[in-house]
Write a protein that binds this ligand. Structure first.
Ligand SMILES: NC(=O)c1ccc[n+]([C@@H]2O[C@H](COP(=O)([O-])OP(=O)(O)OC[C@H]3O[C@@H](n4cnc5c(N)ncnc54)[C@H](OP(=O)(O)O)[C@@H]3O)[C@@H](O)[C@H]2O)c1
Length: 297
């Protein structure tokens, strides 16, 4: 049983990792207000005093538009704080698992990105996350940086919840049809990373997402199809396509095509991610099963 400290324990991914790993490990999760990772000195003191075998960073300034305006905060949280965490973990001989993003790529590659592809971020979010990846890996070859994309899960609403809520309340819904990536279950990420918690599997950079790629529109359509299967009284049943260029409120640039290849993760762990459609179906069916009436209020 490993002692695991998860930072960002109330985030979409951090909460899922902490919840699932608690079944077999000694997990302690911290979140604001207990810890503010932007206070680098306080972060360092806290980590020096803490006991853990594995430190996991689920924190991040994840609103890509906000990262363009609150640039200093984004740099501190996404780039500098992971460096402090990585050094503190290395000093204890502990492993550090840092979560990063497909937004380190410019999204112009026609096939799925592999770990050795050059990163060319388009916006400040991607730039700070790339700097954080490098700071995370630098102090120890056992440390990991794990790039995920389009995460959904039961701990915090995501695009899938938003499109279902809109379809419950409106006669029409729309989503972007010319931006593709890999929808990814937070719970599945926990399963794929668990082998790294108590073993000497190699560190380094990993892509971790469900298999297959799709546009936001197709992601939303499958979410609605699954909600209908669960008996949800949707008013809108079809997601209408719109172009990325129509999103005038998007201030940050977004990479158009960022599907990632997960062969390295599979080879090292022996685990093969399932298709995103299967993971999303399970999530949506459970979401409605867990509401008392069988459908969401
Ligand atoms: N969600 C996705 O689709 C996606 C895609 C690619 C990569 N990622 C990466 O996955 C990681 C986890 O993201 P997520 O999806 O779980 O997003 P999330 O729900 O926004 O989680 C991020 C967490 O970081 C916390 N945080 C932000 N600033 C902090 C600070 N100064 N001190 C302490 N905690 C702070 C937030 O806390 P508050 O709630 O208090 O703000 C939030 O709980 C991030 O590194 C992100 O870059 C996510």
């Amino acid at each position: 049983m490993s002692r695991i400290l998860v930072l960002g324990g109330k985030g979409r991914l951090g909460a899922a990792l902490a919840r699932k790993w608690s079944e077999r490990h000694d997990v302690h999760a911290l979140a604001r207000p207990e810890i503010d990772v932007a206070d680098l000195a306080a972060l360092q003191s806290l980590l020096e005093a803490a006991e853990f075998d594995v430190l996991v960073n689920g924190t991040g300034l994840t609103n890509v538009d906000r990262c363009e305006t609150d640039r200093a905060e984004a740099t501190t949280v996404n780039a500098h704080a992971p460096g402090v965490m990585a050094e503190a973990a290395a000093a204890k001989g502990a492993r550090f698992i840092h979560i990063s993003t497909d937004y380190v790529f410019d999204g112009t590659k026609a096939s799925p990105y592999i770990e050795t592809d050059a990163a060319h971020p388009l916006g400040h979010y991607g730039h700070t996350k790339l700097a954080g990846e490098r700071a995370a890996l630098e102090p120890s070859p056992r440390h990991l940086t794990v790039r995920v994309s389009w995460v959904f899960g039961p701990d915090k609403p995501s695009f899938a919840d938003m499109i279902i809520d809109r379809a419950l309340a409106n006669d029409t819904v729309e989503a972007i049809a010319d931006k593709t990536s890999c929808p990814t279950s937070a719970g599945d990420v926990a399963d794929w990373l668990e082998p790294f918690l108590a073993s000497d599997l190699p560190g380094g950079l990993y892509h971790a997402c469900n298999t297959g790629a799709c546009a936001w529109r197709d992601y939303g359509q499958h979410a609605l199809d699954c909600a209908l299967q669960a008996g949800a009284p949707l008013r809108a049943r079809t997601v209408n396509p719109i172009p990325l260029a129509a999103m005038k409120n998007f201030s940050a640039p977004r990479p158009p095509h960022t599907a990632m290849d997960t062969k390295k993760l599979s080879t090292v762990t022996g685990l093969t991610p399932r298709p995103w459609q299967d993971a999303l179906e399970e999530f949506v069916l459970q979401k409605f099963r867990h509401s008392s009436s069988g459908i969401r209020n």
